[in-house]
Write a protein that binds this ligand. Structure first.
Ligand code: PEP
Ligand code: MG
Length: 325
């Protein structure tokens, strides 16, 4: 099966009724880019840059980061790469950047909250990403946005980073695209407002599910309650995707749910434009995508949206799977 999957690596990611869904890859390291290309991904939809900051004794410098981002941009030969700014806190720690102990780290000092609070750290990363944008199709994405204010603050700092580089005479793409992740219910509920400030949005279902359901994604005792098929999650996904469409900006998904084969009809039915998936599962999703009909998925999603429980939703999805095979 694996070998035959490789044969579809270069086939366009379109459904039977010609709906195009860009299949991008999630990467944690630039070592994965070879595989991104081999598996025919249209680009990198999520580069988790925190791994550049982990397993070392000090912050990576602007130059060190620039080399990594530039290398990635060049290797991808014009395919887009979405560089997500530092997302630490929660479960991810940096030994050399001690953070105060918190009772609820996932509700605490995390991701963009840290970046906005420590602007020197953030500015160095923004300058590094901007410099790399001169060498390929590089985009910036802000994690864990909760309010319009945070987006605006991040954009102000981005303008400062651009001004610094202009002053230094260093080239960068002045029109670099900027996006944000929708991972917090507050952001999902004001997605229409946030959409007016950015070029694209990406739904981080790993965190969104945990925050919508109040279920810690790391807590094994309640792992059975972590359910992406809860009707509240599906309604929220629809809200965000519809908001993006009305605003005329693309919406993608970068959480694990994007690579969950069973969830694919939901994405197709909701009209998603991009799925960003780990390189390992990308071709399996593509295999099902090529055999799917988006009009059929739309009808299915209409039925899913009136389901009252996750069991009802999963039953409909399982039925669809059986009909396909
Ligand atoms: C997410 O929350 O869905 C996501 C993609 O981010 P991470 O898994 O890195 O928190
Ligand atoms: Mg997340």
């Amino acid at each position: 099966f694996k070998e035959s999957l490789q044969e579809i690596a270069d086939v366009a990611p379109v459904t039977l009724d010609q709906s195009l869904v860009n299949l991008h890859a999630n990467i944690n390291s630039i070592m994965e880019i070879d595989q991104v290309i081999r598996n025919g991904a249209s680009g990198v939809g999520l580069f988790r840059t925190e791994y550049l900051y982990m397993d070392r004794d000090s912050l990576p410098t602007e130059d060190e980061q620039f080399e990594v981002y530039r290398h990635a941009a060049i290797q991808l030969k014009g395919r887009p790469i979405v560089v997500r700014t530092l997302d630490i806190g929660g479960d991810k720690k940096l030994d050399y950047l001690p953070l105060a102990k918190e009772d609820n780290p996932f509700l605490g000092y995390r991701a963009i909250r840290i970046s906005l609070d420590r602007s020197e750290l953030f500015l160095a990363q923004l300058r590094a990403i901007l410099r790399a944008s001169h060498y390929g199709n590089v985009k910036i994405m802000y994690p864990m946005i909760t309010s319009l204010d945070e987006v605006r603050q991040a954009k102000t700092l981005l303008e400062r980073a651009k001004a610094d580089l202009t002053e230094r005479g260093v080239p960068f793409n002045p029109d670099i695209e900027v996006g944000l992740t929708i991972e917090v219910p507050a952001a999902a509920l004001i997605a229409d407002v946030l959409a007016t400030e950015v070029n694209f949005m990406s739904i981080g279902t790993n965190d969104l599910v945990q925050y919508v359901l109040a279920v810690d994604r790391m807590n094994e005792t309640i792992a059975h309650l972590y359910n992406p098929y809860h009707p509240a999650v599906i309604r929220m996904l629809k809200l965000v995707i519809d908001a993006g469409k009305r605003a005329g900006i693309p919406v993608g998904v970068c959480g694990e749910m994007a690579g969950d084969i069973r969830a694919l009809p939901i994405w197709l039915g909701l009209g998603i434009e991009e799925l960003s998936i780990s390189v390992q599962t990308l071709l399996q999703v593509k295999h099902r995508l090529l055999a799917s009909d988006s009009a059929v998925c739309k009808t299915l999603v209409d039925r899913i949206l009136v389901c009252r429980t996750s069991d009802e939703i999963i039953e409909l999805l399982t039925e669809t799977e059986h009909k396909e095979s």
